[in-house]
Design a protein around this ligand. Structure first.
Ligand code: GLA
Length: 736
């Protein structure tokens, strides 16, 4: 150790400058600083709001700013980006590996770095003793300010390498970030947002569902205790991956926190032959100093600009769906479906999606998955007559499939029992009476491609609802090894092959509702089915949770029957319409039996959706809650904002305080019109506030600052009510 007092300031500076360097990424409002020294492990210096210059950090390396602690290893480190096993500190290793029980200690050091590409840092690390190299790539997406990280490991040794775990990296976060926000959930109750302090022991979550899962969507926000929806700091991370995953947050000795996230690897699953490499999924982290809202806006922008790949390169207006599932379930009758399509088109529906029940022998969920050709008793002339009818009515046709699955009671399984994931000698583990096909096997992927290819080639199908109704369990491949991660990669490859062969087809990712919802699957698909729960009250919570990660245009939201089939609860048709308005709108009910009045109501919501979808789906999306328990959702584009205000349960207060709308802040003037008032508003039978009358008539004018700080006056809303406002931006501004 050198003593700074014995040398001049200039000398100190020179020594420090040669020994370490700060590499920085600057986004719109975010800075990331990594300290690098050739021959050492790179460490985190900073991840937060824009910091253009940090002469202190440039001069003093992380090892200079603190002294070794008593009873600790005689080696100082900051938070390493990729700590090894047995690092002597409390950092859990980013990589845990061995070669037949040896080579388990590794310490990767920096051998090369490159920050010559604007917005990207590439770090090459290696441990020559054990024969591995690691490439870490960090970039700050200029459009969205989201930090993207991806890591590659290569085996340079002569013997195979067994990985026990590998995170994308370890992320250093400041001591203020001591709360965690994340999702829990279950079938029909996805995206339940939770938030609490991180225990002194840290926090960890592992998901072994083999898909994103209902309960552990891989998205986590590190927050300060003061962080709220529109204020305070948030670091929101998302692993763009549709399989097993693991995240941990551990406090460090320095009081700061380390977040580590990556795939969860089953034993023996990641096995690198000499010369082989493995790459992690992408870890995205959005930093915001404007609360959770800022992080969501940035993630949405990233998804829209860098993840989704629309047919033709551009998202078309999202068509209104009719999905047949809750209308007819497995009871497919051509005459009934023809009637249903006729009714759908008369209401203004634009896409007719034929759900489960159409293929060979599929009359319930006990049989037939795998036999992907039309059932000849239900569709004697194939699907063409129904498709022609649907298209003749001016609608597109979509079809449900669940390609990765097979029922033991199917022709496919009888012919190829070895095609299912399994462990030899063990009983099959079924879920919804089905098994999972080993899509990694080329003959399985070829079979699935050929069946889907024929369907898409022979029929005018422009949309697939791609389902996946069970978790993976005992997912053994043909070689007996765990096959979770290669299953996900093979699925991605299959989706890509189908999209390349049928580039105009859109695909929805469904997995018993929302069990496969992540930016990994969204590289290959275009819509998410968030939940099998169409109960509008449940949806208020589910969609609020999902909107933290996903924008409304890809979030399927259907008006279902009342009572709702999953909960048995009923809400008014109006309330159901209002909730679905803020998603990719659809109907999932037997509309043939609606009264004329209900048909009119539904047609009204469909036409309102069509008139507003441009703003709803291209605007920036925000959400919030009032102190009195209102939920609001709002999309804002350059000219217009669409605001939905919802109350689920009865209010405690007699009068509703003004609703604060921080995203509207600014000098602009807005004319506020009430488009819809759903449910019961608390008012005298014959007298209403003049302002509320004005909302319904020509509209009332407010400034952006006023709406953000003083708020929008609202009537008191009773349970299960909603107000839909349209705010038109006026020329000029409040100060003119
Ligand atoms: C899953 C989906 C539903 C429906 C059924 C069909 O549960 O989430 O929307 O498609 O499968 O079996």
């Amino acid at each position: 150790m050198y003593s700074p007092t014995k040398i001049s300031f200039k000398q100190q500076l020179e020594i420090q400058m040669i020994s370490h360097k700060i590499l920085a990424l600057h986004g719109r409002a975010t800075t990331v600083m990594i300290e690098v020294t050739l021959g050492k492990m790179p460490v985190w210096r900073y991840f937060g709001a824009t910091l253009k210059s940090a002469p202190g950090a440039r001069q003093w390396a992380v090892t200079d700013v603190r002294a070794p602690l008593p009873a600790s290893i005689d080696r100082l480190e900051g938070v390493p980006l990729f700590p090894g096993e047995a690092n002597g500190q409390k950092f859990s290793p980013a990589l845990s590996m061995h070669r037949g029980g040896l080579d388990w200690v590794h310490e990767c050091i920096l051998t090369q770095w490159d920050d010559s590409t604007e917005g990207t840092i590439r770090l090459v690390l290696s441990d020559a003793l054990v024969g591995i190299s690691v490439i870490l790539v960090l970039s700050l997406a200029p459009e969205s300010d989201v930090l993207r990280m991806r890591t590659q490991l290569k085996n340079h040794g002569n013997a195979p390498l067994e990985l026990q775990s590998m995170a994308v990296a370890t992320i250093g976060l400041p001591s203020a970030a001591r709360e965690i926000g994340y999702f829990t959930g279950q079938w029909a109750q996805e995206f339940q947002w939770r938030r609490h302090a991180i225990a002194p022991t840290g926090w960890e979550r592992v998901s072994r569902a083999g898909r994103t899962s209902h309960d552990a969507v891989p998205a986590w926000c590190m927050l300060t205790p003061e962080t709220a929806q529109f204020v305070g700091q948030a670091w929101c991370a998302h692993l763009a991956w549709s399989g097993n995953h693991r995240v941990s947050v551990l406090p460090t000795d320095g009081g700061s926190f380390c977040l580590q996230a990556g795939e969860y690897l089953a034993p023996g699953e990641a096995f690198l032959a000499p010369g082989d490499s493995i790459e992690t999924p992408e870890l995205l982290i959005s930093y915001s100093s404007n609360g959770l809202d800022g992080a969501s806006v940035a993630l949405h922008e990233h998804l829209q600009s860098a993840v989704l790949k629309w047919p033709g390169g551009r998202m078309r207006p999202r068509p209104v769906h009719l999905n047949t599932w809750e209308a007819v379930y497995f009871r497919h009758d051509l005459v009934e479906l023809t009637d249903l399509a006729g009714k759908a088109s008369s209401l203004g529906i634009e896409r007719f999606v034929l759900d489960d029940g159409w293929f060979q022998g599929r009359n319930d969920d006990l049989a037939a998955l795998g036999d992907w050709w039309p059932d000849p008793t239900k569709y004697p002339a194939g699907l063409a007559p129904l498709i022609d009818h649907v298209r003749g009515l001016g609608m597109e046709f979509g079809l449900w499939v669940e390609p990765e699955m097979v029922n033991p009671d199917s022709q496919l399984f009888r012919n190829h029992p070895d095609w299912a994931l399994q462990i030899s000698g063990r009983e099959f583990v079924t879920g919804r009476n089905q098994l999972v096909l080993d899509v990694f096997r080329p003959e399985v992927a070829d079979y699935l491609f050929s069946k889907l290819d024929v369907l898409l080639r022979d029929n005018a199908i422009s949309y697939l609802k791609w389902d996946m109704n069970r978790d993976l369990a005992q997912a053994g491949g043909a070689d007996g090894r765990a096959s979770y991660r290669r299953q996900v990669h093979s699925l991605y490859a299959l989706l890509d092959k189908i999209r390349a062969a049928h580039p105009t087809v859109e695909i929805e990712s469904c997995a018993a509702g929302g069990a496969r919802t992540d930016y990994g699957i969204l590289r290959h698909t275009h819509r998410l089915w968030l939940s099998d729960n169409n109960d509008a009250l449940s949806r208020l919570t589910i969609q609020s949770g999902a909107f933290r990660l996903f924008p409304p245009e890809i979030a399927g939201s259907h008006v279902g029957p009342a009572p709702a089939h999953t909960t048995g609860r009923s809400q008014s048709l109006e309330f159901r319409g209002a909730i679905s308005l803020f998603g990719h709108f659809g109907i999932e009910a037997d509309i043939r039996y609606l009264s004329d009045g209900d048909c009119q109501i539904l047609a009204g919501w469909i036409s309102l959706y069509k008139s507003l979808r441009d703003t709803l789906h291209h605007g920036r999306f925000h959400q919030g809650n009032s102190a009195t328990g209102l939920t609001w959702w709002m999309a804002i584009d350059d000219h217009r904002a669409v605001l939905g205000v919802f109350r689920g349960t009865q209010p405690d207060s007699a009068n509703e305080p003004e609703l604060l709308l921080p995203p509207l802040t600014g000098d602009a003037l807005w004319r506020v019109r009430m488009e819809r008032c759903v449910g019961k508003i608390r008012a005298h039978a014959s007298i209403d506030a003049p302002l509320f009358d004005a909302y319904r008539e020509g509209g009332a004018i407010f400034s952006g600052h006023e709406l953000a700080q003083l708020g929008l006056p609202l009537p008191t809303m009773n349970a299960e009510s909603a107000l839909i406002f349209v705010l038109d931006r006026l020329p000029g501004n409040a100060l003119d």
